[in-house]
Design a protein around this ligand. Structure first.
Ligand SMILES: NC(=O)c1ccc[n+]([C@@H]2O[C@H](COP(=O)([O-])OP(=O)(O)OC[C@H]3O[C@@H](n4cnc5c(N)ncnc54)[C@H](OP(=O)(O)O)[C@@H]3O)[C@@H](O)[C@H]2O)c1
Length: 290
């Protein structure tokens, strides 16, 4: 297949491009330099040249605080950008995998969110991504809208300026004697490599629809940090932050755990427990420096 990946130098896009190329697909790795998602003309020019069999959009403006202070840009990229991709892929008769987020939910549920749960975003980022989902779902019938959560991978997250949570914790543990991490925000840490492998399965399936795609289980950020230090044998004093110790500038869901109900229903779920994903990531990281 000819596969076009937008955001190909991002954290997720890098692994998506690698995994699809390793399977023998011809991958057009499109970065922001090649295509501006917010411009219909730019999307048209980039994709018409490729004539792809599948388009995967990992590109987004997803720095939560910056989205809040620049809602016009957030909607231009995450909503109109998704609309542009949906329109162009629909005209090309190409399926579109569009990446979305757990932040479409408000976190009030306290048990894992399924694809049937009603979204109600708390912030501009979540609202702009939800709007993008609706454009994709209503314009291109050959869509896979895939919500991911708390992703981390070998390639740095460009929007968050470098280190993923695992690397940040390991760096801070070398610089400080004590670390304080929030224990009242629950997610499912998910390696980008597993997301990319899941997209490979989905892309072959022609089972179009809305999907949750995260590792299995859940933890607080404190519990995630504890597992990182435990698995790497890192000695550092780790404490739970007091409620309100790190006040969020923008409202965020306290609980955004997703259940991969639709993947499981179709026997397509490739994800492992989050602890196993972390263990594999740490082993690959170790192998890379050895
Ligand atoms: N990171 C998370 O924990 C997380 C959680 C839930 C959902 N998600 C979703 O997962 C997806 C991938 O996230 P990620 O962590 O891989 O992000 P990332 O590392 O920041 O990569 C995003 C990519 O999109 C590109 N991009 C930004 N604006 C663009 C535009 N207007 N036109 C074209 N390209 C543009 C960026 O290029 P430049 O940097 O050069 O602008 C970058 O290559 C996003 O859809 C995000 O909403 C992420």
């Amino acid at each position: 297949m000819k596969v076009a990946v937008l955001g190909a130098n991002g954290q997720l896009g890098h692994d998506v491009a690698s995994v699809f190329a390793a399977e023998g697909n011809t991958v057009s790795a499109l970065t922001h330099e090649h295509v501006e998602a917010a411009s219909l003309e730019s999307v048209q020019a980039a994709l018409q040249g490729v004539r792809p069999d599948l388009v995967i959009n990992t590109a987004a403006f997803h720095h939560v605080e910056k989205c809040e202070s620049d809602p016009a840009l957030a909607f231009a990229v995450n909503a109109s950008g998704a609309r542009n991709l949906a329109q162009v892929t629909e005209r090309l008769r190409a399926p579109l995998i569009h990446i979305s987020t757990d932040y479409v939910f408000n976190g009030a549920k306290n048990s894992p969110y399924t694809e049937e749960d009603q979204p109600l975003p708390l912030n501009v980022y979540g609202n702009s991504k939800l709007s993008g989902e609706y454009f994709v779902r209503s314009i291109n019938p050959r869509h896979y809208v895939v919500r991911v959560s708390a992703i981390y991978g070998e390639n740095p997250c460009r929007a968050k300026g470098g280190l993923n949570f695992v690397e940040l914790m390991l760096k801070l543990s070398r610089e400080r004697e004590e670390l304080r991490v929030v224990d009242d925000e629950f997610v499912t840490p998910t390696p980008t490599l597993q997301v990319a492998q899941q997209l490979l399965e989905l892309g072959r399936s022609q089972e179009y629809g809305l999907y949750h795609a995260t590792a299995e289980g859940q933890c607080s950020w404190y519990e995630f940090a504890a597992a990182i230090f435990d698995m790497t044998g890192t000695r550092v004093r780790l404490e739970r932050a007091r409620p309100g110790e790190f006040p969020a500038k923008v409202p965020r869901p306290k609980y955004s755990v997703l259940e991969n109900q639709e993947l499981k229903r179709r026997s397509m779920n490739v994800f492992t427990a989050w602890q196993e994903g972390l263990s594999r990531y740490l082993a690959q990281r170790q192998a890379a420096v050895a």
